[in-house]
Design a protein around this ligand. Structure first.
Ligand code: CAA
Length: 256
């Protein structure tokens, strides 16, 4: 039984909706525990080809880690809390399926960090994204200091950290913090992207995602060599046979 998250599967999409709208979907241990559970379910379910993560209520994706839950934490409890979230976010980044964040409203602190762990981010025009932790006397703890500079560059990330500014969606688009901005209903745009993904080879996408995730952490020459090894793996799949045969037979590929 889930209390703070709604999980649903439709048309090969696993929908994870953080559902604590009264607290703007802030993340406490219960939400993180349930997020871990549903991420596992989505990863293991062969019917799920793409995952969409969103927030309920129309005001926030996630407004951060739960400040009330953190107020009295000891340093050791804060460390465990951060590690718990980081481990789940890492699983999202490295899972062999594409994960899309559909941001409708505030994505702040732990919410911005959750969105950054996803592969693709779609935001509605009213969304605001930022890492305002320094206004609370802390720093980002769910990998924001690591993922944000990798996404937008070190200098922009430092400015966002130090000013705590909530970056509007159009600016987030221009600095590469989100992939798309839509007037409203970012879930519909995420579904459109998911539908395009589902037409392609899911096993190839998993290996391509892995090549990028692992390669970006390597020296270029090593990353390129790693790509060749994973390219070779695709030649042991049914999808490679089907994809190339379909092309040569001038018909659409029928991937399973
Ligand atoms: N934790 C706990 N509760 C939160 C919350 C959070 N991160 N964000 C919002 N809420 C709660 C508010 O306390 C409020 O609850 P009550 O109705 O019971 O008072 C409710 O959600 C609605 O929020 P507001 O009344 O503040 O709504 P607003 O429209 O005036 O402002 C906001 C919206 C600008 C997002 C504001 O709520 C805000 O600044 N929230 C905190 C954002 C933040 O600092 N996030 C970072 C958290 S630290 C972190 O995430 C650390 C990390 O990296 C792990």
């Amino acid at each position: 039984m889930l209390d703070t998250i709604i999980y649903d599967v439709k048309n090969n999409i696993g929908y994870i909706t953080i559902n604590r709208p009264k607290a703007l979907n802030a993340l406490n241990q219960v939400v993180l525990g349930e997020l871990s559970e549903v991420v596992d379910m989505a990863e293991k379910d062969p019917n799920v080809k793409v995952v969409i993560i969103t927030g309920a209520g129309g005001k926030a994706f996630v407004a951060g880690a739960d400040i009330a839950a953190m107020q009295m934490m000891t340093p050791s409890e804060a460390y465990d809390f951060a590690r718990m979230a980081q481990e789940i976010y890492n699983r999202i980044q490295y899972m062999p399926k594409i994960v899309i964040a559909a941001i409708d409203g505030f994505a702040l602190g732990g919410g911005c960090e959750l969105a950054m762990a996803c592969d693709i981010r779609v935001a509605s025009a009213k969304s605001k994204i930022g890492i305002p932790e320094v206004t609370l006397g802390v720093i980002p703890g769910f990998a924001g200091t690591q993922r944000l500079p990798r996404l937008v560059g070190l200098s922009r990330a430092k400015e966002m950290l130090a000013t705590a500014r909530k970056v509007p969606a159009d600016e987030a688009l221009s600095i590469g913090l989100v992939n798309h901005v839509v007037e409203e209903n970012p879930v519909a745009k995420a579904e459109e992207i998911a539908a395009d993904i589902c037409k392609n080879s899911i096993s190839a996408i998993a290996l391509g995602k892995r090549a990028m995730n692992e390669g970006i952490e390597m020296e270029l020459k090593k990353g390129i060599e790693h790509e060749a090894a994973l390219f070779a793996v695709t030649f042991s799949t049914e999808d490679q046979r089907e994809g190339m045969t379909a092309f040569l037979e001038k018909r659409p590929a029928n991937f399973k």
